[in-house]
Design a protein around this ligand. Sequence first.
Ligand SMILES: Nc1ncnc2c1ncn2[C@@H]1O[C@H](COP(=O)(O)OP(=O)(O)OP(=O)(O)O)[C@@H](O)[C@H]1O
Length: 488
Amino acid sequence: MDIQRSLLSSSVSRHLLLPSQNQPTHSSCNNLSIRCFSFSFSFSSVNLNRISSFTTTPQALLNNPSPITHHHPPPHEEHDDMVTTPSLKDICEAHVPKHVLQRMEEIGYVTPTDVQRKALPLLFSGLDSILHAQTGSGKTLTYLLLIFSIINTAKSSVQALVLVPTRELGMQVTKVARMLAAKPAGVEGEQKSCTIMALLDGGTLRRHKSWLKAEPPTIVVATVASLGQMLERQFFVLESVRVLVVDEVDFIFNSSKQTSSLRKLLNSYSSCNNRQTVFASASIPQHRRFLHDCVQQKWTKSDVVHIHVSPVEPMPSRLIHRFIICNTKRKLETLLSLIQSDAPESGIIFVGEQSEKSKKAGNAPSTSLVTDCLKASYQGSLDILLLEDDMNFNSRAASLLEVRKGGGYLLVATDIAARGVDLPEMSHIYNFDLPRTAVDYLHRAGRTCRKPFSDMKCTVTTIIIPEERFVLQKYENELMFNCEELIP
Ligand SMILES: Nc1ncnc2c1ncn2[C@@H]1O[C@H](COP(=O)(O)OP(=O)(O)OP(=O)(O)O)[C@@H](O)[C@H]1O
């Protein structure tokens, strides 16, 4: 069975959250024997010896060639950890160049998030990793710090590659990488800087081609299709790449358009033995199966580790989940009254993509229905914006630019906005149409609660028709959350 199938048939609660009953702790697959076990560990630059009976250190991990699942420590250990928690700079000091650390602090990244605290020591030790942590937990900074620890700006070659599923996420990752690579305040001198190329769908490949020829960038952030085109035309080789990150890995493997190109990138254009490979996502359905596949298909080396932060709580705890039942005809009216009474700071209204059948029948898509309704009847100060797959790249960029300007807005969006997009001010999510899977629910909900150290409550409200109640109930079971019913 390959990863695509395993991801498609996923059940998040069974495979991601609970010790699986049908997947043994020790398992073998085509001569490959892999131990997946969970344990707590802590790493502190102050005290490396505070180790419980199931704790390990990066060095111990290096000596153990099996793929390993790391779980977040239980709460009592967490409390202890707080006392000795090192700063982000402490964790990175021996690995990341000084000027990047200075930039990191200038930007405001001082205290590590859980995933940064758990993952960075392992990543710096050179291990291939599956970075599996909640939405909004800071995975981007985690893998970018690894990249900055590895690249050598004196060399003129592409040394790091970040693959993303959408142009929007690519632009965001590029922005964070460029902010970190910029010269810190008060630093003099002409040090050769790190250049970052965004090779994204909708970009002008000719310009990228000239750039690659003239002076290769140090880091490339790419969508799979655009990178594939450059590789096929041999404008670009991956031989010099020392670190490869695939963000939203489950999404890319699950996308029929992207999966075969990704496989090719992982195997044909470069070898896992010549690079450090990191897969990141807030959802890795059937993670044990995925670990097997990583090793068996040689996407990673055999000592790949699964760094699983908060496995029993896949969504941020300060999220409030609600649902409201109404019939189809009253959905727009219900949405409107919810928005009026919630008075969100900003919100995303997620709608489903229009089916071919509905298009053929001449129905208006949900995006237009919702946008038109809000424009006609919403009485508030928020701007109404639209982001959907069918828009051209310029219009998509314009919508996101408006959103990022700050000020309140209501963004009507398809699932294109559900993965990775970071809008820290977001307070409310509305599922106008029920997400197709529990994983989709998790990522839509994850567009809120994006300030790691804030205790601001955020809300996800799902509007359902009576027949959909059991589906939402299924998501509740799979993702282990409680949805409170609102009575109209
Ligand atoms: N150490 C830190 N201190 C303060 N803010 C941080 C820190 N690390 C990350 N952030 C902020 O947290 C937010 C979420 O980070 P990021 O986009 O990396 O989340 P993510 O884990 O990739 O989420 P998703 O799975 O949804 O893509 C960003 O606004 C980022 O700037």
